[in-house]
Design a protein around this ligand. Sequence first.
Ligand SMILES: [Zn+2]
Length: 411
Amino acid sequence: MQDHELYRRILGIESPWQVERVELRLESGEVHVHLSHEDVKEWACPECGAACRLYDHQAERRWRHLDTCQYQTILHAEPPRTECREHGARVVKLPWAEPSSRFTELFEALAIEWLKAASQKAVAELLKLSWDEIHGIMERAVNRGLKRRKTEAVSRIGVDEKAFRKGHSYMTLVNDLERSRVLYVAEERKQSSLDGFWETLTTEQIAAIEAVAMDMWDPFISSVEAHLPDAAKKIVFDKFHVAQHLGEAVDQVRRNESKTLKAAGDDRLTGTRYDWLRNRAAMEPRDRREFDALRQSGLKTARAWALKETAMALYNYVYERPARKHFRWWQNWALRSRLKPVIAVARMLRRRFEYIITYLRHRITNAASESLNAKIQWVKYTARGFRNKQNFIHAIYFHCGGLDLAPQATK
Ligand SMILES: [Zn+2]
C-alpha cells in the first residue's frame, strides 16, 4: 500500500477527495497531507444543497488533524466554491471540518473529550494548543450545543449570582433545578442581564415555568415580574438567604453586646461567634449543654438567636394560613425587641413576605443547584487563563450546560 492510500484510509478521506502528496517534516515533527479532488461536475451548494457547477477555489487552507504516531498532522486543501443561482459563490461543505475551524472535526472531538475531564492548561500543553485555540474549540462546541438544545419544558428554575474574580464583578446564572444544569449565563447582575434569558425561551416554555427560586435582589425581581405571567405566585425567595440575613443580625447583636460585656470584665460571649450560627442539633452533647446555658442567659444575643430560630420555623408549616399567623406574631415580637439589627431584617422580611410564603407551595431553594455550584467552582479554579468573561461564560456552558458538544461528523 502506498503512503497516499494509507493516509487516505487513516484520515477517512473519501471521493471526490484524494491524497495528493504526503510530506514528512522530521525536524518539526510534522506530517503534511495535501488533499485534492477529482474533477467533479457538480457540487452541492452549502446553503440549499442544489447541484451547482464549480466556480473557483479559495487559497490553500490548513487544518490540524489527530496526530499520526507522534507527528502533528496537518491537512492542506484548496476549498472549492460553487456557483448557486440563488446563493451565489459559496465554499462547499468539507467533509473533515466545520466552516470556521482550523481543526478537523475528529481533532475537535478529541479536544472536547479531554477538556471535559482535564483543565484547559493541561489540554493546551498535551495537544500543543494556544489559549485562543482552546477557547475557540470550546466556543464552537457551546454554540453547537445551544443550537441543538431542545425546547422542552422546564418547570422549576433558580436565578443565582456568581462573583467573577473576587468581589469585582458578577455574573447572572439561570439553573434548571430539575435537571441540575445551567440554562443561561450573562454578565453583571442587572435587570438586563436576566432579561436576555427570556429571549432564549419559546412562549410555551415560559408558560411552563411554575416556580423561580432567587435571592431578594430587585433587578432580578423586576425582570421576572416583567416576563413571567403570574410571577407573584411563582417567585420564591431563597430560604438560605433569609436564614443568612437573620444570622447576620444575630452576629451584629453579639458583636455589640460582647464589646459592652468585655468592658465590664464579662467575657461570656468571647469566642462564641460560630456557636450562634451553628445548628444546635448538630452540636456535641457537651457543647450543646454550654450553649444552652448561654441561650437561656437573658443576654440580648440569646434573644436575637431565639428570634432567628422562631422566624425560620415558618418553613416547617404546611398550610399558608397558620404560617401567615405565625409570621405576624413573630414580626410583632421582632419589632418590639429593641434589637436594631433584628428590627431591620424584620422590616425587610415584612416587605418581601409575599415572595417568602410562596415557599410553602413550591418548596424550592437555590441549594438544589449546589452540585452545579461545585462544578462552576471547579471551572473557575482550573481556568486561570480566562482573559475575559466571555471565555468564562463559555466554560460554564461547556461544563455545566448539559449540552451535546461533539462535531456533527464524529457522532
Ligand atoms: Zn444555494
